[in-house]
Write a protein that binds this ligand. Structure first.
Ligand SMILES: [Zn+2]
Length: 168
């Protein structure tokens, strides 16, 4: 299902909604379209408008708490832009910095994108034990990054540049 990114009135990413919900918010004047699909259109009885990719709420919504980004393997690969944390080449796997066999958690701070070779070479060792240095420290994505991760790669690639880059 196609999703639309919702920005707060302050332009901060807030959530994602279905395309239909986004259209309703726009038609009810609760949101304005910030970015729309160049080719696709929504057509219904009295509606003919480009598919919104990003909408922005007209009124600022106070967010009572910041949701943390849930950890996922896919999320780690996206966060690390599919680059291996050990050699910088294309990564297809997720490595646990502290191995799971040593109690390492499935968490943002304990996992990095890794190429299959390096993942295999490091095996059940810490980077120090394996003599393999991390090119960068793992970090926890902000909730805003999590929204962008939730959008999926194809949609995110189509977003305006100021929105598409996860804060590293
Ligand atoms: Zn590698």
């Amino acid at each position: 299902m196609r999703v639309t990114l919702v920005l707060n009135a302050s332009f901060e990413p807030l959530s994602t909604v279905t395309m239909n919900r986004a259209v309703v918010l726009v038609l009810q004047d609760k949101a304005v379209v910030e970015e729309s699909h160049p080719a696709l259109r929504v057509r219904a009885a009295a509606v003919d408008l480009p598919v919104p990719r990003v909408i922005r709420l007209c009124r600022y919504v106070r967010v009572p708490f910041r949701r943390r980004a849930p950890w996922s393997r896919r999320g780690v690969l996206v966060r690390d832009q599919h680059r291996c944390a050990y050699c910088g080449r294309r990564a297809t796997t997720v490595d646990h910095v502290v191995p799971r066999s040593a109690g390492g958690a499935d968490s943002w701070l304990n996992t990095v994108a890794s190429c299959a070779e390096d993942n295999h070479r490091k095996a059940n060792r810490t980077p120090e034990e394996a003599g393999m240095a991390l090119l960068r420290e793992p970090f926890e994505p902000t909730p805003a990054d999590a929204m962008l991760l939730a959008l999926g790669r194809a949609e995110r690639g189509a977003l305006p540049e100021w929105l598409a880059a996860p804060a590293a």
